[in-house]
Design a protein around this ligand. Structure first.
Ligand code: SDX
Length: 434
């Protein structure tokens, strides 16, 4: 009986199978079931991958019980307080904090890759005026595989590097072009003399008719939000990028697949859904009615921005964003934000409610972020696009970790088949008439 393995006994007790245990640096051990099918002719079964480790990774660690989030070992609270998004992006991509020369070189590379091919800009004229920005983002990012053929060789490390810098630099430009399309304003070109968040604010809000003054508070708030959204282990969209990329498809198409996954209201689309929910609740007096709806199994309504697959304690990002809400609203002179007051009260009511306590449902990263985006003048339909901008570096880091994994293979899960057993074809004139 090995101490580094589980012993599985067959249902009839006639056979045992050793399942090796692998230990990581932090977090739960994993049971290697790779040999189970050959030895026992059975698959494991875990719909939604609630308890399944899909890969080894060195990028991000989450402890859902303790509310811990580490990027390459650094606590997100320390990075939020002392770092900036571009430095965090370098950390996630390369594994360590940069020295001054590395950061300066990385910053220069990102600043000088923000423009789009003019042909890509023409796509926006083809979208309906009311197209959802996430539809435009996934379409235009996917179209990058029709422009940048020089960086599509997934076995070429130099191509990986160019792809990483290119997509990180261009995501805000594509997002801004989508936003300008929805409001019928002219596209604003990026500027190389502005940093990542200043450039984004200017591309979003500047108009050719007048000078635009960047609000440093807004730039600082965006920078912090991008740090907090940068990566989150094997979440739905990151796992989608890894799975799509495992077929060897080009990295732009893999990222476009991740954007589509993020759009769902159970995932990154929740930040948009939270704001719509708060507006539907309308006032503090309606909170009990909506909390009851969220608890009613016959009602599909869920408290958006609450609950998490991993965090069964506070999402550390939600705590930081809630504190930042105060600061941003105060600095913008909007302390009497009814939406923020409503969110704070809703949080208090839910956290005292037995249903939410018993199911460990706490506010997640999406619960407060929309309130800050709204305060910055970003429309609700753009909230998930903002999430995608921050998460792009996480997707790229995981894509590169996957594509360079010597043990890497195409992801191809199996199933429990519950459909019809084998049966013969019946000619149409022999089939039941009704
Ligand atoms: C993100 O994975 C990541 O890391 C994601 C993310 C990232 O950074 O990438 O953190 C970003 O996606 C955050 C989550 C944003 N989504 C929402 O806020 C949508 C609302 N939340 C839920 O839909 C739900 O909590 C999930 C999807 C987040 C998690 O779902 P799980 O882990 O599959 O849990 P579950 O649906 O099985 O829920 C467990 C129980 C259920 O009740 P029972 O069937 O056990 O009786 O809790 C209930 C659920 O009905 N429940 C809720 C609820 N969330 C779960 N009930 C009311 N309101 C909710 N929000």
């Amino acid at each position: 009986m090995s101490k580094d393995a589980y012993t599985l006994t067959s249902p009839d007790g006639s056979r045992t199978t050793e399942l090796p245990v692998h230990k990581g640096t932090l977090g739960p051990d994993v049971v290697d079931i790779g040999g189970l099918y050959q030895q026992e002719g059975a698959f494991t079964y875990d719909p939604g991958f609630v308890a399944t480790g899909s890969c080894d990774s060195k990028i991000t660690f989450i402890d859902g019980k303790e509310g811990v989030l580490l990027y390459r070992g650094y606590p997100v609270e320390q990075l939020a307080a002392q770092s900036n998004f571009l430095e965090v992006a370098f950390l996630l991509l390369y594994g360590d904090l940069p020295n001054e020369r590395e950061l300066s070189s990385f910053d220069h590379s990102i600043r000088t890759h923000t423009m789009l091919n003019e042909g890509m800009l023409r796509f926006f004229r083809g979208f309906r005026y009311d197209a959802h920005p996430m539809a435009m983002l996934s379409a235009v990012v996917g179209s990058m595989s029709a422009y940048y053929h020089d960086t599509m060789d997934v076995n070429n490390a130099a191509a990986h590097e160019i792809f990483a810098h290119r997509i990180l630099a261009k995501m805000p430009t594509i997002a801004a072009a989508a936003y300008k399309h929805t409001i019928g304003q002219p596209f604003i070109y990026p500027r190389n003399d502005l940093n990542y968040c200043e450039n984004m604010l200017r591309m979003f809000f500047a108009v050719p008719a007048e000078n635009y003054e960047i609000d440093p508070i807004a730039a600082e708030a965006l920078d912090l939000l991008f740090i907090l959204h940068a990566d989150h282990e094997q979440n739905c969209s990151t796992s989608t990028v890894r799975m799509a990329g495992s077929s060897g498809t080009n990295p732009y198409s893999a990222i476009a697949a991740g954007i589509s996954a993020l759009w769902g209201p159970a995932h990154g689309g929740a930040n948009e859904a939270v704001l719509r929910m708060l507006e539907e609740i309308g006032s503090v007096k309606n909170i009990p009615k909506y909390v009851d709806k969220a608890k009613d199994k016959s009602d599909p309504f869920r408290l958006m921005g609450f609950g998490h697959r991993v965090y069964k304690n506070f999402d550390p990002r939600a705590t930081i964003i809630r504190d930042m809400c105060y600061k941003v609203l105060k600095q913008m002179g909007r302390t009497n934000s009814p939406l923020f007051e409503l969110a704070l009260e809703l949080e208090q009511v839910a956290l005292k409610d037995e249903y939410f306590i018993s199911k460990n449902l706490y506010p997640n990263v999406d619960f407060y972020s929309g309130i800050i985006y709204r305060a910055l003048g970003i429309p609700t339909s753009m909230f998930t696009v903002m999430f995608a901008i921050g998460r792009t570096v996480g997707w790229v880091a995981h894509w590169r970790e996957m594509i360079t994994d010597p043990k890497g293979k195409i992801s191809r899960p199996r199933q429990l088949y519950t459909g019809a057993a084998n049966r013969d074809y019946v000619a149409i004139d022999k089939r039941p008439k009704t």
